[in-house]
Ligand binder design. Structure first.
Ligand code: ADP
Length: 249
């Protein structure tokens, strides 16, 4: 089966010379939910930005990233980008319109859809994230959890086949974090989730990639990797409590 995401020998330096990705290779199968973990500065966000062509700034003809088998090259960047919904780490980077309606409608409008279809998508995706009736609210006046859900609605309104999420639960209180996890569980499409929330990884992801200093240093089933204490400590991570409970040492 063609992988949903395929990354082959991807390396990347920022303009100032910082080496952020080193020879990264992995694939995500259609429908799979994969966790991307690693210490701060490991390259997780940089990697996610490559998956919908926000990086590199000047895409090359022979891309090292394929989405649904299609390379992310200058020619098909727009087509491939529509398939990958990226949820930014900071909702304030994603929300920039005066109303929730405009923010959620932005993507579908860019696709040139008719007004009725845009309205349908906005209503559907707000309902999916539990924010019916929020259309006229100002995004910057919402709570952290509501902002995240508006961002998710905006991504879902584009009807992507893959969701790429950067720290979706950071800065949320435990209740709101649980709500968001449930929401993500109910979205049955391919997901790649970069996070420090290792309990989320245990609950939602069947497989994990560990990134450190720009390289994939381990990859495998979630429970096996996350209960490997030496591996976790070596990469500034820890065994999540729910696994300690399952496997008391
Ligand atoms: P993570 O998401 O795992 O915390 P990042 O992808 O944000 O890691 O960062 C990877 C490396 O790239 C770090 O060394 C970081 O300092 C560097 N970096 C991130 N963004 C930039 C940038 N815009 N310019 C230069 N270096 C950057």
């Amino acid at each position: 089966m063609t992988p949903a995401i395929e990354v082959s020998n991807l390396s990347f330096h920022y303009a100032d010379g910082t080496e952020a990705l080193r020879d990264v290779t992995f694939a995500v199968a259609p429908g799979e939910c994969v966790g991307l973990i690693g210490p701060n500065g490991a390259g997780k966000s940089t990697l996610l930005l490559h998956l919908n062509g926000l990086l590199p700034e000047h895409p090359r003809d022979s891309s090292r990233v394929r989405v649904g088998g299609e390379p992310l090259t200058p020619d098909n960047l727009h087509k491939v980008r529509r398939q990958v919904g990226l949820l930014f780490q900071d909702p304030n980077d994603q929300l920039f319109c005066p109303t929730v309606f405009e923010d959620v409608a932005f993507g579908p409008q860019q696709f040139g859809l008719c007004e009725a279809e845009v309205r349908r998508r906005v209503a559907d995706s707000l309902a999916r994230v539990g924010l019916q009736g929020f259309e006229k609210r100002a995004p910057h006046h919402l709570s952290g959890g509501e902002k995240r859900r508006v961002c998710l609605a905006g991504v879902l309104a584009c009807e992507p086949s893959i969701l790429v999420l950067d720290e979706p639960t950071s800065e949320l209180d435990p209740y709101t974090r649980r709500e968001l996890k449930e929401l993500l569980r109910q979205i049955p499409i391919t997901k790649l989730i970069a996070t420090h929330d290792l309990e989320l990884v245990v609950e939602l992801c069947s497989r994990v990639l560990v990134l450190d200093a720009g390289a994939v240093v381990a990859e495998g089933p979630t429970v096996r990797l996350l209960s490997d204490e030496p591996l976790m400590l070596q990469h500034k991570l820890e065994c999540p409590h729910i696994l300690r409970h399952l496997h008391p040492h």
